[in-house]
Design a protein around this ligand. Structure first.
Ligand SMILES: NC(=O)c1ccc[n+]([C@@H]2O[C@H](COP(=O)([O-])OP(=O)(O)OC[C@H]3O[C@@H](n4cnc5c(N)ncnc54)[C@H](O)[C@@H]3O)[C@@H](O)[C@H]2O)c1
Ligand SMILES: O=C(O)C(=O)C[C@]1(C(=O)O)C=C[C@@H](O)C=C1
Length: 322
């Protein structure tokens, strides 16, 4: 059976790290686009993107990449998306769709939106799928399979353009939902941003202990702590930008978290086993629910990126071009 025609003729990827390279691999595998043009900030990353055959064309600037593209996806850290939008604006083709993959959406709408010219569609997106690795080597085509991709189109966007981008994400494996940007940021603050902050904190806390050596922490790191170290290995630039741009929602969730941890602290101090047992029973049910709806089972045969521990030291996939 012949493959259906590509959804877009020319996809421009600006930034080709974990997410950009996964989109490139998946779009190619599914025949979702006619051709891919990519750019990255550093010469070294552009060279690697070419070596890996991730794009049909690798160009030096974002402005050059978007010429003639009918889909542009900005895959850089959230903090620079506004500057990228400003740079590409005069070069965008009329009728093109501009999107992104940023983990925060309110700031994307505010920073990119004003630069998008009339006649160009703007449909921000967030694939809720990732790993702790970075750079073009880290991506894999199955990353988005059975994961959510949340679209946050500003009011009044062309519905056909939104539907077409939704079809693109579905073709590369994702389930698609639409949300208001601020609601997205509140939801993700508790499901993704706060867990990362907790992981970054606890790994730092263990590292600073005076009575327990670093080698003991490494040697005796049991499952729970090891899972935290995986999350705490995530890219510092990406996460700095997330916390800076999603400040209000994260502070709201952090406030609630602090209240709840104070309650559990008190229960431990008072030897109140019933409170602890009830709480742990409730959270166990939440975990069971996540497993039941299949959100804990990554795509079969996905790459090494999701393993709890990398099989070998893998310096490359951590490398963004910072
Ligand atoms: N890593 C995840 O788990 C994950 C999941 C979903 C969404 N996201 C979002 O996707 C985006 C990219 O994350 P990633 O994990 O692919 O990061 P990454 O570090 O692997 O790749 C980032 C890419 O952006 C480029 N870049 C960085 N600064 C730039 C600049 N000033 N101008 C142009 N290009 C620049 C780098 O060259 C690199 O190619 C972020 O906005 C992040 O919030 C990440
Ligand atoms: O699995 C991981 O390593 C991730 O951290 C992925 C994760 C998440 O928190 O779920 C991280 C940030 C993204 O915006 C989306 C996905």
């Amino acid at each position: 059976m012949s493959k259906p025609a590509p959804l877009y003729n020319r996809l421009a990827l600006i930034g080709v790290g974990l997410i950009g390279s996964s989109i490139a691999r998946a779009a190619k595998a599914q025949g979702a686009v006619g051709s891919i043009v990519a750019t990255a900030r550093s010469e070294a990353t552009r060279k690697r993107v070419a070596e890996l055959g991730l794009a049909d064309q690798v160009v030096e600037t974002a402005a050059a990449a978007v010429e003639g593209a009918d889909l542009v996806i900005v895959c850089t850290p959230v903090g620079v998306c506004g500057a990228v939008a400003k740079e590409i604006a005069p070069h965008l083709a009329p009728g093109a769709t501009v999107s992104d993959v940023g983990s925060v959406k309110g700031s994307i709408v505010r920073d990119m939106g004003p630069h998008i010219p009339q006649g160009v569609h703007f449909v921000p997106a967030h694939p809720v799928a990732g790993t702790e690795y970075s750079g073009p080597d880290a991506g894999f085509a199955e990353l988005f399979v059975n994961r959510w991709c949340i679209l946050t189109p500003p009011p009044g966007q062309n519905q056909a353009a939104v539907d077409k981008l939704a079809a693109f994400w579905k073709l590369i494996g994702a389930n698609v939902e639409t949300m208001a940007p601020d609601h997205h940021d509140l939801v993700l603050a508790v499901t993704s941003h706060l867990p990362h902050l907790i992981a970054y904190t606890i790994v730092g806390t263990a590292d600073e202990l005076e009575t327990v050596t670093r080698s003991e922490v490494l040697k005796f790191s049991a499952g729970g702590f090891r899972d935290f170290t995986r999350i705490a290995a995530s890219d510092p630039t990406m996460w700095r930008d997330i916390f800076v741009t999603n400040k209000d929602a994260v502070l709201e969730m952090l406030g609630r978290f602090n209240e709840d941890i104070a309650l559990l602290t008190k229960a431990i101090r008072n030897g109140d086993g019933d409170t602890l047992f009830e709480h742990f029973t409730r959270t166990r049910a939440i975990r069971k629910g996540i497993v039941q709806i299949g959100q804990d089972s990554p795509a079969p045969d996905f790459g090494r990126g999701h393993q709890t521990l990398p099989p070998e030291p893998l310096p490359k996939p951590y490398a963004s071009d910072e």
